[in-house]
Design a protein around this ligand. Structure first.
Ligand code: ADP
Length: 475
């Protein structure tokens, strides 16, 4: 159960994970299917989605006409169910545009969960486990605990994967009752401090789920602390099975520079010289000086306080005379985006900011850049550094969360990246300058690139850990 799935409905890494993990399962061992809302941005015809169920759902005194359509996750045989409903689920963007939309979003995803729960038995498929992801679908873990014994799913086990603990939501008692949640079964410590009629639904989901995990071993440790836990540390600490950190993988067929149709020149580790043509084409496209000897620092990111954008702003300004070019693609926070636009205007020869969501361009940046910036304040796993490595772009990251687990500093034996500690623009600037020095040493650089490209970040490494978790739950 997810709010995002790549390549159909994507905002961030959650989509990549839900769109690739089920593909990596041996379908003879796990009979899995994905459920998402049928957002208006999904072209149902192009994925040949067929209606399998029509029904009416009652929610908070109104009736909603839903349709469940069935298709397959593109390039796979994994069944994909899409829930269509005209007034909320299939209206507007995946998430609301502002924080004030949160209550509306909560309503929308609760309606989605309710629709799915009420449809399972009619779909002729009763799962052993429901795997939920982040705050939009986490409440299902609470909802199933309130199901009557007679419901076919009353014994279902739940898994909650935390992709980002900072995103949480609240719901009032009326809305909770509306999805069948019994208020007297809720833990009073999950009540909102400012309004006792409201509950932190994410906290309650953590308490209710049978297993909770997150997307890297380091982040699993970090979220148990007050610094990173955003109030959830105390709930996570009560979980008997602990919080497991399962490192995310990427779809290595989807992200492959030797077959990628979006890049200017395809290449692999065998003809890595070709990568430079991608850089010169990108330089040309964005009016940068066409020069392979200039180090190109790339970034593809949500523009968010999480991602260390203010450090990039300061470092790019500091390094304006250093023969380094920056190119950043991203959308999100308006204030930060404005600052990025201003810098790009001031330094058009060294700093490019593209303020849009653009998959093909993202791939061009992975293929063209020499280093890939991720100076995150916190990072549950991070996928972009993994994708960048696959394209021979060396990750330059802050030592936090999944970045700690996936990027080995070049100074360590077998290392292939640049890792810095303090969340300061000086630390980022120094790290970029360190990279630039090594960039001049072509043979050393090539060796690091080859090492980065050799790393196995496919799901082969960690899909088995999810299978073990599922197995434990059904035994
Ligand atoms: P998060 O989930 O915190 O946003 P991740 O590194 O886990 O960060 O995943 C981000 C995913 O979203 C990557 O696949 C990245 O390529 C993609 N992405 C982010 N911003 C954009 C954008 N503006 N255009 C295209 N793809 C983007």
């Amino acid at each position: 159960m997810s709010s995002e799935v790549s390549p159909l409905a994507k905002v961030g890494g959650l989509a990549d994970v839900v769109g690739s993990l089920p593909k990596s399962f041996d379908q003879s061992k796990v009979d899995s299917a994905i459920f998402i809302p049928a957002y208006s941005e999904i072209n149902l015809k192009s994925i040949m989605a067929e209606t399998v169920l029509k029904k009416n759902i009652q929610f908070l005194g109104s009736e909603y006409k839903i349709q469940i359509l069935k298709s397959e996750l593109p390039n796979s045989k994994v069944p994909l169910f899409l829930v269509s409903e005209n007034s909320y689920l299939s209206q507007g963007p995946i998430y609301g545009k502002s924080k004030s939309d949160k209550e509306g979003e909560t309503f929308k995803f609760l309606l989605f969960s309710k629709a799915v729960l009420e449809s399972f038995s009619e779909l002729g498929w009763v799962p052993d486990i429901i795997h939920t992801h982040d705050w939009p679908t986490a409440p299902l873990c609470v909802m199933v605990k309130s199901l009557p014994e007679s419901h076919p799913l009353s014994k279902v086990k739940t898994v909650l994967t935390i992709h980002n603990i900072n995103h949480q939501n609240y719901a009032g008692e009326e809305m909770l009752r509306g999805v069948g949640i019994k208020i007297d079964q809720l833990d009073p410590s999950t009540k909102s401090e400012s309004n006792s009629q409201y509950y932190n639904l994410f906290a309650q989901s953590i308490l209710s789920t049978d297993r909770v995990n997150t997307v890297s071993p380091q982040y699993a440790k970090e979220i148990l602390t007050a610094e990173y836990g955003v109030g959830m540390d105390k709930f996570l600490k009560t979980k008997a099975g602990g919080v497991v950190g399962v490192l995310n993988g990427i779809d290595v067929d989807y992200y492959d520079p030797s077959t990628d149709q979006s890049v200017y020149f395809r290449y692999s580790s065998k003809n890595l010289d070709e990568k430079a043509f991608n850089k010169t084409n990108l330089q040309k496209m964005f009016g940068l000086e066409i020069d392979v000897s200039k180090m190109l620092a790339g970034g593809v990111t949500r523009i968010d306080n999480q991602k260390g954008i203010e450090l990039v702003l300061a470092a790019a300004d500091e390094l304006k005379n250093e023969n380094i070019q920056f190119i950043l693609l991203g959308t999100g926070d308006e204030k930060l985006s404005k600052k990025l636009q201003q810098l790009a205007k001031k330094q058009p020869k060294s700093f490019v900011f593209i303020n849009r969501y653009d998959h093909p361009l993202a791939r061009k940046i992975y293929a063209s850049s020499d280093i890939f910036l991720m100076p995150s304040r916190f990072e549950p796993c991070g996928l972009t550094q993994l994708i960048a490595m696959r394209y021979g772009s060396l990750p330059l990251v802050r030592d936090t969360g999944g970045l700690h687990d996936t990027v080995k500093d070049h100074k360590k034996p077998g290392g292939y990246g640049f890792v810095f500690g303090p969340f300061t623009s000086e630390a980022l600037t120094n790290s970029i300058l360190e990279a630039q020095k090594l960039f001049q040493l072509k043979n050393v650089w090539r060796k690091l690139q080859l090492r980065a490209m050799e790393q196995d970040f496919s799901w082969n490494r960690s899909a088995g850990k999810y299978l073990d978790m599922y197995q434990e739950l059904v035994n």
